[in-house]
Design a protein. Structure first.
Length: 103
């Protein structure tokens, strides 16, 4: 038992590089954002069906982004006004309107 405890304490005491810590932090942050914008709702869509949110750049651009894969594609759904309170960042830097689903 002491041997396993010693192994655990040694592994916890090892240094972590800034890059490694940042990667783990970024992965956790991406997971938190993905959860908050409701990727679980989109996973209920049909297999192979592209779904996502409209990218907001000077109003809607006609471009949709799938936050699970960060793939962008054209969509006629992305026209109209922006819901100011629904803008969030996905895929690290893109503003999307989470109230404007597209496909």
């Amino acid at each position: 038992m002491n041997n396993k405890f010693d192994e655990l304490t040694r592994s916890l005491a090892q240094s972590v590089t800034r890059r490694g810590a940042f990667k783990k932090f970024a992965a956790g942050l991406v997971a938190a954002v993905a959860t908050s914008i409701g990727i679980g709702e989109m996973s209920a869509q049909g297999v192979g069906e592209k779904r996502g949110y409209c990218i907001v750049v000077l109003g809607f651009t006609g471009v949709c982004i799938d936050p699970t894969t960060c793939e962008r594609f054209q969509s006629a759904d992305c026209k109209g006004r922006v819901h100011e309170r629904a803008i969030q960042k996905v895929c690290g830097f893109l503003d999307v309107d989470t109230k404007k689903l597209c496909g």
